[in-house]
Design a protein around this ligand. Structure first.
Ligand code: SAM
Length: 222
């Protein structure tokens, strides 16, 4: 049964608890990550016509040909960043603002870049309504990162690019983690990269995935 149809944290609370149980069953065990998913009202970040699907493990359209990612993959990516609470995180691809709202519970500061103005504005307004105060929004090409705010302890890329953008690797702090989908469009892999030295990185494949295009100077051509 739904707990109600209100906006904000109290709306759909029971459904969110069920989502958290499913995430736990899928192998997400970090209590801070699970608490963030229980807390963030995903329905407030999708069109009202889609509220009935807001807590299914599926991507949903948010306009401009873009999607809000499925909760399961957002949870996998958030957990893979290994956040403790004091970090500054860069997100490439604000979209609906859902991943940014989750990260706002897991890190001290979130810098989120989106290339489509209408989405950036809508996400900023939605997160203001949710009283999220530690996310900064920028409009632009996130494949270039934000050198003025680097280095970042964590970077999450939420659109699929042909390869890991070099500027993002350069803007990763020593010991920092970058998580995102990369590779050919029909065979994207979710990668976790860790910076282990000035010019050394380790790379781990977390699984296959299917994201919308990362479009930009160090991504796919528009
Ligand atoms: N994190 C988003 C969320 O929680 O809703 C995921 C949104 S969607 C899967 C990916 C987003 O990346 C889209 O909004 C798209 O416009 C954006 N995007 C694609 N290329 C980009 C780039 N170079 N810089 C910034 N945003 C980009």
């Amino acid at each position: 049964m739904l707990s109600g149809h209100a906006s904000g944290r109290t709306g759909f609370m029971l459904v969110r608890r069920k989502l958290v149980e499913r995430l736990r069953a899928q192998g997400i065990h970090d209590p801070r990550v699970l608490a963030a998913f229980e807390d963030v009202p995903r329905h407030d970040l999708v069109p009202e016509a889609l509220w009935g699907q807001a807590y299914k493990d599926t991507a949903l359209p948010i306009g401009e040909g873009q999607t809000i990612s499925a909760p399961g993959i957002v949870a996998t990516m958030s957990a893979a960043l290994g956040l403790r609470g004091a970090e500054c995180v860069l997100e490439v691809g604000t979209g609906s603002g859902y991943q940014a709202a989750i990260l706002s519970r897991l890190a001290a500061r979130v810098i989120s870049i989106e290339r489509i103005p209408a989405l950036a504005q809508a996400a900023q307004a939605a997160l203001a309504n949710l009283k999220v105060r530690n996310v900064e929004f920028y409009l632009g090409d996130g494949t270039c990162g934000r050198p003025e705010d680097a280095p970042f302890e964590a970077i999450v890329v939420t659109a699929g690019g042909p390869e890991v953008p070099r500027p993002l690797l350069e803007q990763l702090a020593l010991g920092g983690r970058l998580v995102g989908p990369f590779g050919p469009r029909d065979a994207q892999q979710l990668l976790r990269i860790q910076r282990t030295g000035e010019a050394s990185f380790t790379q781990e494949v977390l699984g296959r995935c299917d994201f919308v295009d990362l479009v930009g100077r160090n991504g796919w051509l528009p």
